[in-house]
Every structure is written in structure tokens, then in C-alpha cells.
Design a binder for this molecule. Structure first.
Ligand code: B12
Ligand code: SF4
Length: 432
């Protein structure tokens, strides 16, 4: 049986390669390969893809811009005065591959629910060029919007993760699997790429917090850690295939750090890996103390993202401002350069006022770290989504570039904040 794993193109206002890797489908590929199947990968979002007509420029730490083409904005978004793009390898290159490939089955992954246009495009292309090929759709999008995903004409839609994959394949999808695996039995199959130098990995699943705008508790109801041995097995494998940059995709890597992050990272440091490590998914500021900072410094770390969200006291409890200041100070004291620290701030949260946002931005400007704006995205299965359901009849409208501009503030206000942040980050660049 010939199987093609596919990571679809992205349709969005913006998309930057901050080590965006389709980790889910690489696990699925490994599962299938270890069951004796031949698997290939077509990743529309691979910046080193042989199907791109030009070489894309490399930015710091293996990040960079994707290939993009400007397209019409979907209805409902026309008032957002920004161009809309299709990112990734062209549809034509994929059509050629499918026509000659004679694949029995496509395993199609997906990420953001509001990126479903890319999924739709892949399904349409396969139906047209290779009508006999079976399409199985999985990933975050069907896990959060199963009914919508089921309307896109795939043959089978899967809304689980690795844990129910054995039953799904044998009982529903008609793919015979002999061996059952858990996350820690296999490594994501990065060897399917050619020329790729970066990877993303996990050291745990889920999160013990319950933020009202986040669906992680729905996706991973149980917080679970991987063993240090398994994490090192992944890193040994990545080193062996020449990976240079590794990003951690964990939701809560610092949770109970004394029994997870600290001992795990100490073992990674001992192994003296040649790779650079990036914490792009946002550390909880409250857990960043001197010990964590020293470990990050010893680890050959590139980017450290810090979830600041806001310095406002409205969240209750201990002041976010104090926690943020303590975290930044600890990182500085450990000798980490300020331009490698990215402080994530949120725009669009329920209780937040414009004043809170400006205060947070100005505070971080004084601290001399880079600021990254996280516009809130109403994610299905969250209380925040339920409250805003009336605006979200079309999944595209939950795009993070939309909510705060259309439903919380207005486009000009949000653009104003973005311009201010751009200016601050530029000032920091000039000092670098
Ligand atoms: C890493 C990550 C990112 C990365 C990028 C990831 C990528 N490749 O694109 C970064 C940090 C850049 C990012 C950014 C954002 N993210 Co994010 N991110 C995640 C995170 C933490 C992990 C995703 C992941 O790789 N998981 C691990 C893999 C193994 O799981 P998986 O992909 O689900 O795969 C499993 C199954 O789905 C299944 N499977 C997968 N594919 C297939 C295919 C088939 C055929 C089958 C059968 C099965 C199958 O098996 C796999 C193995 O178990 C998730 C939360 C989470 N824990 O899932 C949020 C999440 C996806 N992000 C989310 C959000 C909101 C955002 C932001 C909008 C945040 C913001 N406000 O700025 C931005 C937007 C980025 C943009 N527009 O460019 C939301 C989803 C939003 C939505 N509407 O869909 C999530 C769910 C978190 C949340 N807040 O609830 N994110
Ligand atoms: S936003 Fe972060 S801390 Fe909050 S529930 Fe989601 S993963 Fe956990």
C-alpha cells in the first residue's frame, strides 16, 4: 500500500516559520512505518521543499518566511485592511505529484481550525487528480470542529490522537495495523524531509491550568510527562539526521519543574548536543526563577518566549507585573541576551482594556525585551468561544488576526498597537 502524508498549505493574513512543524503527522507516519507501510511526505509548508521554484532566504536560527501568493479575502473579512495570502508549495506541484504517485491513501493533517481552506484545497486536488485515492483527515481541526471537518469530503475523519489510532485504522479506516504504539514507543519521522534542519518535539502532553481561551484541556484532558530517556532518544535521533534547531512544543514544560524540566534539561546539557534549543511556545513567567534561567543559559538556547499576557492586576492573585519582572531579571542575571527573549502579550481578552495593553507594552519597553503580540483567537470548546459564538458562525472568523480588530476594538486601534510594538522591537534591533 502506498501512503502519502500531507501537511496542507495555509491561508492567512500572516504566517512565519517559527519552527512550524507538522509534528502530529510525523508521529502518525512513524506509527505506519513501524507497522510495515511505505510512507512519503508532502509538506506544503516545508521551506526547503524540492517543489519550490526558488530558494527561500534563511533568517535567524533557521526561521524564515514562507513562499506566498496574495489571494482574495474571504467574505466577512473584507473590512480588515490587510492582504490575505496562500502560503506554501503551489497547488500545481501537488497535483503533479498525486497524478503520478498512484497513492492508495492520503493521510492529511491539519492545525488551526481557521486554516481549513488549505485542507479543502488538498481534498479537492486529490479528488480531481486521483479519484481512487482514499483520504483520511486528522489533526487539531477535526479534533476541535469535527462536524465542519466532516463536511469537506474526506473518506474518513479522525478526531483523536495516537491513543485511539490503532482501533480507528483497524475498525474504521480499513488500514490493517498489527502493532500498537504510544507516544514514547516511536519518534516523529523527520527523516522524511530532505534538507530540513529544524524540528519540534514534545516532552509532555496537556496542562494543569484551565485558561478560558485555551482548548488544551479538551485535546489532552490528562497531564502526562514523557520520560527523560524518551526525550533523549528523540534528540539522539534528530542529531543523527543533522537537525540544527529544536523547538519545544510543550504546553506546560515548567509545570512541577523540580521533577520534570530541571532534571530533564540537566541530562540534555550533560549530553552536549550540537543543536540549538528554542522555547517558542511560551514559558509561564511565574515558574522562571534563577535556577531555570541558569539551565536555559547552559543549554545553548536560542529563543525564549515568555508568556506575559498582561501586567494588569485584574487577573487577581499575585501581580503579573512582579512575576514578569522576576522572570526577566532571572534571565538577564543568567547572562541571556535581551534580544533572544520574546515576551508574549495578549490583545483581545475579555476583562482587558486598551489602557492595560499600552501599560504592558510600555513596561516591557523599559525592560528592553522583544515584544510579540498574541491576538486572542476564540478556540472551539473553550468558554471564551462559547461567549462569542454569535460572531463565529464561520470558522475563518476565529482567526487571531480578526477577533480583536472586529469584535473587541477596531482595526485602526489594533494596528496602532502593532505599529508601536514594531517600533519598539526595531529600537532593540538597532542596539543589537
Ligand atoms: C505548537 C503550537 C503552535 C506553534 C505552531 C504549530 C504549527 N505546526 O503550526 C506556534 C507556537 C507557532 C503556535 C501559534 C499559534 N497557536 Co498554536 N498550538 C500549538 C500546540 C501547543 C501544539 C500543536 C502540536 O503540534 N501538538 C502535538 C501533535 C503531536 O498533536 P496533533 O497535531 O494534534 O497530532 C495528533 C492528532 O491530532 C493526530 N493527527 C494529527 N494529524 C493527523 C492526520 C491523520 C490522517 C490522522 C488519522 C491523525 C492525525 O495524531 C497526532 C499524534 O497524536 C497546540 C496545543 C496542543 N497541545 O495541541 C496549540 C494550538 C493548536 N494553537 C492554537 C492557537 C490559538 C494559536 C495562535 C492563534 C495563538 C495566538 N493567539 O497567537 C497562534 C497562531 C499561529 C499562526 N497563525 O501562525 C490553538 C488552536 C486554535 C484553533 N482555532 O485551531 C491550540 C489548540 C491551543 C489553544 N490555545 O487552544 N501554535
Ligand atoms: S493557555 Fe497555556 S496555561 Fe492556559 S490552559 Fe492553555 S496551555 Fe495551559
Amino acid at each position: 500500500m502506498r501512503i502519502l502524508l500531507v501537511n496542507p498549505p495555509v491561508y492567512d493574513f500572516s504566517c512565519f516559520d517559527f519552527w512550524l512543524k507538522p509534528l502530529g503527522i510525523l508521529y502518525i507516519g512513524s506509527y505506519l512505518k513501524n507497522n510495515g507501510y511505505d510512507v512519503e511526505l508532502f509538506d506544503f509548508m516545508d521551506r526547503y521543499s524540492e517543489y519550490l521554484s526558488r530558494r527561500l532566504k534563511e533568517k535567524k536560527f533557521g526561521t524564515g518566511n514562507f513562499n506566498k501568493v496574495k489571494i482574495d479575502k474571504p467574505i466577512g473579512m473584507r473590512t480588515i485592511d490587510r492582504p490575505y495570502y496562500r502560503y506554501g508549495v503551489s497547488r500545481e506541484k501537488f497535483a503533479e505529484k498525486i497524478k503520478i504517485g498512484n497513492y492508495d491513501c492520503i493521510f492529511l493533517t491539519s492545525m488551526m481550525t481557521y486554516w481549513y481552506q488549505g485542507v479543502q484545497e488538498v481534498i479537492e486536488t486529490v479528488r480531481k487528480e486521483s479519484p481512487e485515492t482514499k483520504i483520511i483527515l486528522g489533526g487539531v481541526y477535526p479534533r476541535l470542529l469535527y462536524e465542519h471537518a466532516s463536511s469537506l469530503n474526506a473518506d474518513k475523519v479522525y478526531n483523536g490522537d495516537i491513543k485511539g489510532f490503532f482501533e480507528f485504522c483497524n475498525n474504521e479506516a480499513g488500514i490493517k495495523l498489527e502493532k500498537r504504539f504510544g507516544y514514547q514507543d516511536i519518534v516523529p519521522l523527520y527523516e522524511l524531509y530532505r534538507g530540513n534542519k529544524s524540528a519540534a518535539i514534545l516532552t509532555q502532553l496537556g496542562c494543569n491550568f484551565k485558561c478560558t481561551y485555551c482548548a488544551v484541556n479538551k485535546l489532552y484532558p490528562k497531564y502526562e510527562r514523557f520520560s527523560p530517556d524518551y526525550v533523549l532518544k528523540q534528540l539522539d535521533y534528530l542529531k543523527g539526521i543533522g537537525i540544527e534547531d529544536v523547538a519545544f512544543y510543550d504546553d506546560a514544560i515548567l509545570f512541577e519543574k523540580e521533577s520534570h524540566f530541571i532534571p530533564l534539561m540537566k541530562r540534555i546539557i550533560e549530553k552536549k548536543y550540537p543543536m540549538r534549543f528554542h522555547f517558542s511556545n511560551g514559558f509561564h513567567s511565574r515558574f522562571v526563577d534563577d535556577e531555570v534561567a541558569r539551565i536555559i543559559k547552559a543549554l545553548n538556547t536560542g529563543i525564549i518566549a515568555l508568556s506575559v499576557e498582561t501586567i494588569s492586576d485584574k487577573t487577581g492573585g499575585k501581580s503579573q507585573k512582579e512575576l514578569t519582572d522576576r522572570a526577566i531579571e532571572a534571565l538577564f542575571n543568567a547572562g541571556i541576551e535581551n534580544w533572544n527573549i520574546y515576551a508574549y502579550i495578549m490583545i483581545g481578552m475579555e476583562e482587558e482594556s486598551l489602557e492595560d495593553v499600552i501599560l504592558t507594552v510600555e513596561h516591557l519597553r523599559k525592560k528592553q525585551v522583544r515584544i510579540l503580540i498574541n491576538e486572542v483567537s476564540p478556540v472551539p470548546h473553550t468558554p471564551f468561544y462559547e461567549k462569542n459564538r454569535q460572531y463565529l458562525r464561520e470558522p475563518l472568523l476565529s482567526n487571531n488576526n480578526v477577533y480583536s480588530s472586529l469584535f473587541k476594538y477596531d482595526f485602526e486601534t489594533v494596528q496602532g498597537i502593532k505599529s508601536l510594538v514594531k517600533k519598539i522591537n526595531r529600537e532593540l534591533n538597532e542596539k543589537q
